[in-house]
Design a protein around this ligand. Structure first.
Ligand SMILES: Nc1ncnc2c1ncn2[C@@H]1O[C@H](COP(=O)(O)OP(=O)(O)OP(=O)(O)O)[C@@H](O)[C@H]1O
Ligand SMILES: [Mg+2]
Length: 605
């Protein structure tokens, strides 16, 4: 029992000292009464028993000690493990923090780079070594009209003009060899228009390979301004040069014309000399006209006669003067704004300018076409979206636009059209002074002239003239509601009546074709019935019955609108027309009747 107790104590997880004390007490309880009260008969057995007992106790202690060490080791290991775990946790927290911080920094610098890339004022294009576009910023849309996605994956050659490909490939090769290049070139936008650009390019090596970077700046506007300035300077020096010569010639011509007049006034002049003198006089007067145009260009003509006028009236006057040159295949469209502020200037000169622009447009449409003349009030300020001269002051301007659908002007000639004596017309057809004069006159009036042209499509001239605050109603207001799109055929055997109709209708911006032969009119209508909107016909002409003529027109087109004309009211009795005009005819009556007939429903309705 004692053995078991001592042995067990060795295993009790008390401290070693406590275990030793407890074992000693148990041993003492067993041994001391035996020594004190028992009579030990066999010491040998007693000692053996004690040794046996102590050995057990010692074994117990050894076991206990060993266990204790094991426990301690385990505890110490657990402690170390926990400590390491804590350290590890700390490290991982720190690492996480560090990673977060780095990610934030990376994100920040990525956002910064992205916004630098995206928001750059220039187009930035990245390509791989094969020239394929790998990235491009959104500026590309504004500069070239392409969406980003459209370009990515395409070869950068898509932006180059075809004839420049070889030059570009050579540059690309140099870039890949490590050179940095800065050059000026012309690219092509999506719509095919040229884009003048400054390019700064270099190749960089990134983790995933070599990248060529192009920073492309649009300098189209800068180039245009430069060209404009150069042109203005050139015109200025041309003006000085021609002005000087024209001035001297003008004096010489004044003497020639003056003395020719004086000689012709002499009674004693031999009769056979008179025709020769007349030739000298006519030639001198023609030369004076040319010199006057030159002087107008060079701003060295006579003083301007400044008066307030309405620009629409000037256009009507010029159209009046040009009416003989309007052919049937030319449609005139007038878009004249009413109640425009007045312009102060020289009306006669302004008429000359307008006339030249109208005649030029007619000449540019040998196959027919449309001339559109538009007037409107515009305000020029820093946001004005059309190109105007650099020295045009800000403020209200009247813009007169002449838009034709003619042959257009080749780009290599457009810079020269305002030069004096530049003409593409034959020697007897044009002097090449028209636009030079227009340029000088418009400039003299504080205005600006702009031209845009596309070969084969047409040309647009825009004139800007400073507007005043005052409004002056036009003398010949355009009846907007009267405007027709098709042609009006006028048939009368009397030429003056036809002339009157032509002038009146042309002034209203209508497209008019006149005939004094009804049979020719009939044939014309048969060929062009889709182009004709209205027929105004005399019904009392020789060799043709008015009623039959109108029935003939109706047979060709049942819905054609017809106004019958006659000096005898009774003649209208059996005529079935849409309107009637009684001669003598006044302008207002014509317009009123046309208005009435054109706004009436079609016969088929
Ligand atoms: N609307 C237009 N369309 C096409 N080309 C034009 C147009 N207007 C002018 N041009 C070109 O500009 C040139 C110069 O015009 P400009 O009016 O100065 O002289 P011109 O018409 O040839 O001669 P002039 O006016 O003395 O009769 C013309 O010969 C023509 O080639
Ligand atoms: Mg001309």
């Amino acid at each position: 029992m004692i053995i078991v107790l001592v042995f067990v104590l060795g295993f009790v997880p008390l401290s070693l000292g406590m275990t030793a004390l407890a074992s000693f007490l148990v041993y003492a309880v067993y041994t001391v009464p035996i020594i004190l009260f028992d009579n030990i008969t066999n010491w040998q057995i007693f000692i053996n028993n004690n040794i046996f007992l102590l050995s057990f106790a010692f074994g117990g202690f050894a076991w206990r000690y060993y266990n204790n060490r094991l426990l301690l080791n385990k505890l110490s290991l657990e402690y170390d493990l926990e400590k390491s775990r804590n350290e590890l946790r700390l490290y991982s927290e720190r690492l996480e923090e560090l990673v977060n911080e780095r990610t934030r920094e990376l994100k920040k610098s990525e956002t910064m780079l992205k916004s630098l890339f995206e928001k750059a004022n220039d187009t930035i294009i990245l390509t791989d070594p094969e020239g394929r576009i790998t990235n491009v910023n959104s500026k590309v849309k504004e500069q070239y009209g392409y969406e980003k996605e459209e370009l990515i994956g395409q070869n950068i050659l898509v932006l180059e003009k075809e004839q420049d490909n070889r030059l570009f490939l050579e540059r690309y090769h140099r870039l890949l060899n490590g050179e940095s290049l800065v050059y000026e070139t012309t690219h092509v936008a999506k719509d095919g228009s040229p884009v003048h650009v400054d390019v700064s390019a270099s190749a960089v090596t990134l983790e995933d390979g070599r990248v060529v970077q192009f920073i492309v700046r649009n300098i189209t506007e800068k180039k245009r301004l430069q060209a404009q300035l150069l042109h203005a300077q050139r015109m200025e020096s041309l003006g000085t040069l021609t002005g000087g010569i024209a001035h001297d010639f003008n004096n010489l011509l004044t003497s020639i014309v003056g003395y020719t007049d004086l000689i012709l006034a002499e009674d004693s002049i031999p009769i056979e000399l008179i025709p020769k003198m007349r030739i000298i006089e006519t030639s001198a007067r023609k030369a004076t006209q040319i010199v006057n145009k030159l002087l107008n260009f060079a701003k060295r003509g006579k003083e301007l006669e400044i008066v307030p006028f309405n620009v629409n009236d000037v256009i009507h006057e010029a159209l009046d003067l040009a009416h003989r040159r309007f052919r049937a295949d030319i449609t005139l469209e007038l878009k004249l704004k009413q109640n425009l502020p007045i312009i102060k200037g020289d009306v006669a000169l302004m008429e000359q300018c307008t006339l030249n622009l109208i005649l030029n447009a007619i000449d540019a449409m040998p196959e027919g076409g449309t001339l559109e003349i538009e007037t409107e009030l515009v305000n020029i300020d820093s946001n004005f979206d059309k190109p105007v001269g650099p020295d045009l002051k800000e403020g209200p301007y009247i813009r007169v636009t002449f838009r034709d659908t003619g042959i257009g002007i080749p780009s290599d000639k457009i810079d020269r059209i305002f030069d004096p004596f530049f003409t593409t017309k034959g020697p007897d057809k044009g002097t090449g002074l028209g636009l030079a004069m227009v340029y000088g006159i418009i400039k003299e009036h504080g205005g600006y002239i702009n031209v845009e042209s596309e070969l084969g499509k047409g040309t647009t001239f825009e004139i800007y003239l400073p507007a005043s605050q005052m409004v002056m109603p036009g003398l010949k207001p355009t009846l907007d509601s009267l405007r027709t799109t098709g042609r009006i055929l006028v048939i009368d055997d009397e030429v003056p009546v036809l002339e009157f109709f032509k002038n009146t209708l042309l002034q209203e911006g209508m497209n008019v074709v006149v005939f004094n032969d009804p049979y020719a009119a009939y044939e014309y209508f048969k060929e062009n019935k889709h182009l004709v909107e209205l027929i105004i016909s005399d019904i009392m002409m020789p060799n043709i019955d008015g009623k039959k003529l109108i029935t003939g027109f109706r047979d060709i087109s049942r819905n054609i609108k017809i106004i019958a004309m006659s000096g005898i009211k009774e003649a209208f009795a059996d005529i079935e027309a849409d309107g009637y005009l009684f001669k003598p005819i006044k302008r207002e009556f014509i317009l009123e009747e046309i208005k009435k007939v054109m706004s009436s429903p079609d016969r088929s309705c």
